[in-house]
Design a protein around this ligand. Structure first.
Ligand code: ZN
Length: 182
């Protein structure tokens, strides 16, 4: 059950956005909007390039459309420029169907923002990934320890009695390790 802004999100910016949105309605419509949402009356919600559309089942089925224009610093639509239209006879700027649809939009938005935040460190790690490093380096080190002691000071062809191909592998390992130790 979602009964208020804090049930929808813990995201500071989204909370602020919702508080401002609800400030433009009255408590009766607001609570009816929450009831509609909790009754799963918001059907066929669709994100659109211009905002969103939804079908909300009240006494009849009404279609709600939201038109957003640009986003603020927090990446949320400018509320001053947002336009909400519902096909119901209520002549209030924000009707209960619109409220229910906006709650649905906000719940989805909360999930999207949470997911994006979770992915941020992973994305950063991906972009900073070296050609070889981390676990790969560890594996190379293990391999080096297992096979033969590696002398970093003396790196001479004559030190290696291995097959030339293996020699090549060890040279690569040494280069990688040296590069990582820099
Ligand atoms: Zn309506």
């Amino acid at each position: 059950m979602i009964n208020g802004v804090t049930d929808i999100t813990s995201d500071r910016d989204l909370k602020e956005w919702l508080k401002r949105f609800f400030a433009s309605t009255d408590s009766k419509r607001k609570s009816r909007g929450f009831t509609l949402y909790n009754q799963r009356a918001v059907l066929d919600f669709q994100d659109k390039i211009f905002g969103f559309t939804a079908m909300v089942k009240g006494s009849k089925r009404y279609s709600v459309s939201a038109f957003f224009e640009g986003v603020n610093k927090a990446g949320l639509p400018h509320l001053d420029k947002a336009l909400f239209i519902c096909s119901c006879p209520d002549d209030a700027v924000i009707c209960k169907h619109t409220i229910a649809a906006v709650i649905k939009w906000a719940v989805d938005m909360d999930w999207k923002r949470k997911t994006a935040k979770k992915l941020e460190p992973r994305k950063a790690a991906m972009s900073q990934r070296k050609p070889v490093g981390g676990p790969t380096l560890k594996k190379l080190e293990e391999l080096a320890k297992k096979t033969a002691p590696v002398s970093f000071a003396k790196q001479h062809r004559l030190d290696w009695v291995f097959h030339p191909e293996i020699d090549e592998v060890f040279n690569t390992i040494q280069n990688v390790i040296k590069r990582e130790m820099k």
